[in-house]
Design a protein around this ligand. Sequence first.
Ligand SMILES: Nc1ncnc2c1ncn2[C@@H]1O[C@H](COP(=O)(O)OP(=O)(O)O)[C@@H](O)[C@H]1O
Ligand SMILES: [Mg+2]
Length: 287
Amino acid sequence: MIDLIEKEQMIRRSRSHSEEDQQLIGAGGYLSPNEYLLNDVLIAVTLKKPVLLKGPTGAGKTKLAETVSQYFSQPVQSINCSVDLDAEALLGFKTIVAKDGLNSIEFVEGPVIEAMKKGHILYIDEINMAKSETLPILHSVLDYRRMLTNPYTGEVINAHPDFTVISAINEGYIGTTPMNEALKNRFISFSIPYISGDLLENLWNDLFPTAPRQLHTLMLNLAEDLKEQVIQGLLSEEAASIRSLQYAMELALYIDPMRAINYAIAEKLEDEQEKRLVLELASSWIK
Ligand SMILES: Nc1ncnc2c1ncn2[C@@H]1O[C@H](COP(=O)(O)OP(=O)(O)O)[C@@H](O)[C@H]1O
Ligand SMILES: [Mg+2]
């Protein structure tokens, strides 16, 4: 199995990219919650299957996509979905250009077409935020056909062999609609959990190697507590976000840790009781 991914890595790393596109290669750094998740995502990508990362905010979905990019030295084109996302934002648009005193119409390629042609990774963030009528344009891109007929120009585009799609969703999040079945069916789907325990300790060591030990311990204990309270149903899921914990840690290097935790975690919760609970849990580790 490893051979398969490594062979693909050699092929993809041998491609040359413009200097501008090289800037779009991710830095990596995703820590896999178990020994197989990252590997399995790389297998799915190698098999040219679109990948769907499902998980709460700040669980490392974007980091994982950047790590795939780094592994294959492959640039990423990103799309952030919203209700305003339309076909032009995906595919591109026509524009008038003046050349040698003459006006002509040119098509400016959008991220989907650029990624298909150049063999980049297309990262579609919050794919369930898009209106359901927009995404069916991508059906032929996402299944075995890996092609698209550009409705604006009539051009038929067959995807470069390296072309990869990675999408992310936060299921059940406000403002999202359930993902359309035909769309979802085209993906290999992975649940991305918040990391904890030793792995989180590794992350803190990577990110904050010089931070005081007691701060590491505080943020680890708090992370465990928050995760536990989420399981108990006493806190909403995003209370245990790794991103928020990381921000709290960054602030706590300079200000009182209780204030840091308040700004980075508690204040972002809607419910007053949840805010109080976070602060109580934190203070129980400080004294
Ligand atoms: N498993 C993980 N490995 C490495 N970093 C992580 C992990 N989980 C969360 N992070 C950190 O948390 C922050 C948020 O991650 P991000 O990928 O932006 O989350 P998401 O896209 O799921 O909202 C980043 O700074 C990232 O470094
Ligand atoms: Mg993200």
